[in-house]
Design a protein around this ligand. Structure first.
Ligand code: BGC
Length: 451
């Protein structure tokens, strides 16, 4: 029997190739059809909340233009679409009254995605907490885990007949650290206790969400999406090592460890104690089916006594920084991360995000309208090679999702960095597939075996 294109690359024959988006970054239509405000709508209105002063009121207008975006997915030939549901679209106040128009939107999207032969991968939470819940303390309030579970019930009951692949959260440590310890994301709190409470309550919400999905969706495949990135001390300096260790625990440990292994990393266990009640670890550590890895590159830590935890974001070595991407390209670190994940958690892995930004230059259409994003093709080539090498060394990898289908609203960076396989003209909202999209199509078809 002939090998599938994926098997010819040394991957599982049923390896899944996908693309990702998130609700707040692409949907726009923030006031349409009864959607309530999220903490990111609020942040966009704060002076300095978003670097370029922009907002996501329109973003890619995916809320209205999703049929076009589905055509892009079909043209690339992906097998899966990972998207997130906007909690404030379904429950404008976060709890209580349901918004039927919001429910209908995802019905339309899911039905059409399925009809196109693409698997919908639904993520419950990609950072857009309803503002009304933040007014009640948001993730610092233990009740938030229960509000999340109620929201998960609504999603499971409505879409569980058609959607089978669910992620509870996207990148736990990014939105808790940047939202509650370092003011780089909504809600922009900088406080140790708030950060620790948010960590624990989000973990409780994850466990409750897993239970809801397991009980309400027969045959569900449930996972959680972690951003794991090896943390290195800036400059390799001794004085930055303690900062790197603590950042590593907060960034890479405090979510997957309790969720999969049932304990907080030793370095932070004492800090967590005041918030952990009897029975909590059993509530958090629920059996899941896969672990999601979002990976871009390593990160660097430096000692900085002026910050909430005494660590700051360090700079990568000058020589390592890729001029176009703006951060270091280290495919071997991706391979190491996949192998470390396999060793530590012993679960099937999906790479739920990998991709590369850029901006001006090669992300701009030329006079013929072609987008020659050669730096992105080089990135994908090197990173998918590293992924294949990790599989050859034993990583149980089941699929790979590019971040992102579209250029979109990049949180605090606004519309500067462009991660899309499709270019979006934010004046006209016209989409154009970049050369990297055609390269990815070729990879899926097995055309880049020799590379
Ligand atoms: C997030 C995305 C984001 C991407 C690129 C990840 O941290 O999940 O929402 O757009 O990185 O910055």
């Amino acid at each position: 029997m002939a090998l599938t294109p994926a098997a010819q690359l040394g991957l599982r024959s049923d390896f899944l190739w996908g693309v990702s988006t998130s609700a707040f970054q692409v949907e726009g239509a923030v006031k349409d059809d009864g959607r309530g405000p999220s903490i990111w709508d609020t942040r966009c209105r704060l002076k300095g909340g978003v670097g370029d002063g922009s907002n996501a009121d329109v973003a890619c207008d995916h809320y209205h233009r999703w049929p076009e975006d589905l055509e892009l997915m079909k043209a690339i030939g992906v097998g899966a679409y990972r998207f997130s549901v906007a909690w404030p679209r379904l429950l404008p106040q976060g709890k209580g009254a349901i918004n039927p128009a919001g429910l209908d939107f995802y019905d339309r999207l899911i039905d059409a995605v399925l009809e196109a032969g693409i698997e919908p991968w639904l993520c419950l939470y990609h950072w857009d907490l309803p503002q009304a819940l933040d007014d009640l303390g948001g993730w610092t309030n233990r009740d938030c885990a229960g509000w999340f579970a109620d929201y998960a019930v609504l999603v499971a009951k409505r879409y569980g007949d058609r959607v089978k692949n669910f992620a509870t959260f996207n990148e736990f440590s990014v939105f808790t650290m940047f939202g509650y310890a370092i003011d780089w994301a909504a809600p922009g709190v900088t406080d140790r206790a708030a950060h620790l409470k948010a960590i624990h309550h989000v973990n409780l919400a994850h466990g409750a969400g897993v239970d809801v999905l397991r009980s309400l969706v027969p045959g569900a495949s449930i996972g959680a999406i972690h951003n794991r990135q090896i943390v290195r001390p800036e400059g390799g300096l001794e004085e930055n090592r303690a900062a790197a260790r603590l950042l590593d625990a907060h960034w890479n440990g405090v979510f997957p460890d309790p969720q999969v292994l049932g304990f907080y990393p030793p370095l932070v266990a004492r800090d967590m104690e005041p918030y952990v009640q009897a029975g909590d670890m059993a509530r958090i550590c629920r059996p899941t089916d896969w672990i999601g890895l979002n990976h871009y590159g390593p990160i660097y830590a430096k000692a900085d006594p002026s910050t909430t935890w005494g660590y700051g974001w360090g700079s990568p070595p000058e020589s390592a920084n890729h001029p176009e991407v703006g951060w270091p390209i280290f495919p071997e670190v991706f391979k190491d991360e996949l192998l470390e994940l396999t060793r530590r958690y012993k679960m099937p892995i999906y790479v739920t995000e990998n991709g590369c930004g850029g901006g001006a230059g090669s992300d701009t259409p030329d006079e013929r309208g072609e987008i020659k994003d050669t730096h992105r093709i080089a990135y994908f080539r090197e990173y998918t090679q590293a992924m294949r090498a990790a599989v050859a060394e034993g990583a149980d990898l089941r699929g790979y999702f590019v971040w992102a289908l579209l250029d979109n609203f990049e949180w605090g960076s606004g519309y500067g960095p462009r991660f899309g396989l499709a270019h979006v003209d934010f004046e006209t909202l016209k989409r154009t597939l970049k050369n990297s999209a055609y390269w990815y199509r070729g990879l899926i078809r097995g055309e880049h075996r020799g590379e």
